[in-house]
Design a protein around this ligand. Structure first.
Ligand SMILES: [Zn+2]
Length: 233
């Protein structure tokens, strides 16, 4: 799936839950939700740093792409290769798996921690303000997981349990009509869900229901994706 689609779909999946959080939490928490969404956006582009033609390696996103590639992906690949002779560097390799998500979450605690400490001790930023950066870190693995789900809709699929297990795939072709139609289906369904939850009185029950509903809708879209792809031919 293309970078634009990953960004859009990941924001769409997060939108109903974000809307309930906006209604539920006091206005002081708004910045935390924005940071959380920022983390989701970065996380949703991160797995593709293993491909040089990915969106994250160009334009505004390039600093994140270069950072992810040379300070995370390449050193991690070097470690894995030194442990196993047979290890092959490849697009949709370990970075497109649960282990890649876990490694990214653990690794990114280091730069986020450095920014946090520098903000407090060097730039004398108040601790409440500096702590917001940790929400970026919390959002990151969620965005990463969304990327894996989104790529699971495509023909190449995702080996979630790399290096073991099969690839979970779908019928969507990257950059083709089936991808645009799938993205439109995400847009319509998650858009309607966002409007629906926005009109409800905010509560923690609604928050839980929205999270579960968002996951369920993802499953429904995966189930009907063969039909979407067939209609796209
Ligand atoms: Zn990908």
């Amino acid at each position: 799936m293309r970078g634009e689609s990953h960004l859009l779909v990941s924001i769409l999946i997060s939108l109903p839950t974000s809307m309930v959080l906006f209604n539920l939490l006091p206005s002081e928490s708004f910045s935390a939700i924005i940071y959380l969404l920022g983390g989701v956006m970065i996380g949703s582009l991160l797995p593709d740093v293993d491909a040089s033609d990915a969106k994250v390696m160009h334009g505004y996103w390039k600093p994140i792409g270069l950072f992810g590639k040379y300070l995370f992906y390449k050193p991690m690949t070097w470690v894995l290769r030194s442990r196993s002779e047979s290890f092959q560097e490849q697009h949709r390799g370990y970075l497109h798996s649960l282990i890649g998500c876990l490694l990214a979450a653990v690794f990114f605690a280091i730069p986020i921690g450095v920014i946090f400490l520098v903000s407090i001790f060097l730039w004398t930023v108040p601790i409440e303000l500096a702590s917001l950066i940790w929400y970026l870190w919390i959002g990151l693995p969620f965005g990463f997981l969304m990327h894996l789900f989104e790529d699971s809709f495509t023909k190449s699929g995702v080996r979630w349990f790399f290096p073991r297990g099969k690839a979970y795939s779908g019928q969507t072709r990257t950059g083709k009509r089936s991808e645009y139609n799938l993205t439109s289906a995400f847009f319509i369904l998650y858009g309607l869900m966002t409007i629906f939850v926005w009109m409800q009185p905010a509560s923690y029950e609604l928050l839980l229901g929205t999270i579960l509903g968002s996951i369920l809708l993802l499953g429904v879209l995966y189930a009907v994706n063969p039909i979407i792809s067939k209609l796209s031919q």
